[in-house]
Design a protein around this ligand. Structure first.
Ligand code: SF4
Ligand code: ZN
Length: 306
């Protein structure tokens, strides 16, 4: 198997592109994909300041590294969600990378800074830890980006994530989520910062190969709450399809973006946005869910003190 670019011995085969690459040419392909995605969707340019969301996993670590190598002005942000040892170990990985490469990093600890406890909230509100965690993350990324004057928030969502999310949303025709599934979510309110996914055409396997080739440390373990998640089942199903018919995931995403997504836009436009009475951030209710969470946790603390 020869590299399609330089004709040397290939190390990785990408069936969906009918291509094989040696290590050097793979890195060229990877950076080129990221760069093309950023330009094609006008995600940001070299004048913009970008807040990159880092979890310590391979995808976000790859994104952080590639954006720096491509010369973008990035600041990383990590949130300690209080998920036991998993959160502590991921914070260590992220802090080490920032310190070794002398990179700016913002760390938010939801317990220390806001008194938030995902597990107590999950019990009180009878909601899964993931739904609470998701709301907290979305709130903090946007708030930090808005307060810090950033142009965009970039996340490490990859092709496997996007295809699995799309499959889940299509299976139950989640019109609101389908309207918002895109590589770029533009600014629809002065306080809602643009969200971008520069890795949306790259697979988990390609991100893994990128971090291994660049000797980037990352947290190998997944969050304990991801075990049994439906998204994992969707990924397994899509992997089987991909095995039989390479390119299925890419076609699924691309054809949705080209032909499907426009049919859901009126749902997105109908959402009435307002500012939270407590913090002023954008929400669809009187009080945003983050402020509600903080209020509930404070009340629980007070009751314990009595
Ligand atoms: Fe949060 Fe759930 Fe993801 Fe864990 S798996 S980081 S709890 S959303
Ligand atoms: Zn609020």
């Amino acid at each position: 198997m020869k590299c399609i670019r330089c004709k040397q011995k290939a190390k990785i085969l990408l069936k969906r592109h009918n291509a094989a690459f040696c290590d050097n040419c793979f890195l060229y392909y990877y950076r080129n994909q990221v760069s093309k995605n950023i330009k094609r969707h006008r995600m940001f340019d070299k004048k913009d300041r970008i807040l990159v969301v880092i979890s310590g996993g391979k995808d976000s670590m790859a994104l952080w590294d590639v954006l720096i190598k491509e010369g973008y002005d990035v600041v990383a942000m990590y949130i300690n969600l209080g998920i036991g040892e998993y959160s502590n170990r991921s914070q260590e990985v992220v802090e080490k990378f920032a310190s070794v490469h002398n990179l700016p990093l913002i760390v938010k600890d939801i317990k220390k800074e806001y008194g938030l406890d995902i597990y107590k909230l999950s019990k009180t509100l009878k909601r899964s830890p993931c739904s609470i965690c998701g709301s907290i993350k979305r709130y903090l990324f946007n708030k930090v980006a808005y307060d810090g004057g950033f142009s965009a928030v970039a996340t490490g969502h990859n092709l496997d994530d996007e295809a699995a999310t799309l499959l889940g949303n299509v299976l139950s025709w989640e019109e609101g989520y389908l309207a918002r599934q895109a590589p770029v979510l533009p600014q629809t309110h002065p306080k809602l910062i643009k969200k971008v996914k520069p890795l949306y055409t790259l697979t988990e396997r390609e991100n893994l190969y990128y971090v291994l080739l660049n000797k980037i440390e990352f947290l190998h373990e997944e969050c304990p709450h991801s075990v049994g998640a439906r998204s994992i089942l969707y990924k397994e199903v899509l992997n089987r399809l991909e095995e039989k018919s390479p390119g299925t995931k890419q076609r699924f995403i691309n054809s949705f973006l080209e032909k499907g997504r426009k049919h859901f836009q009126d749902v997105a436009e109908k959402l009435e946005l307002r500012e939270c009475k407590t913090c002023g951030q954008v929400t669809t209710t009187e009080e945003c869910s983050f402020c509600r969470f903080v209020r509930i946790c404070n009340q629980q603390e007070k009751q314990q003190d009595v």
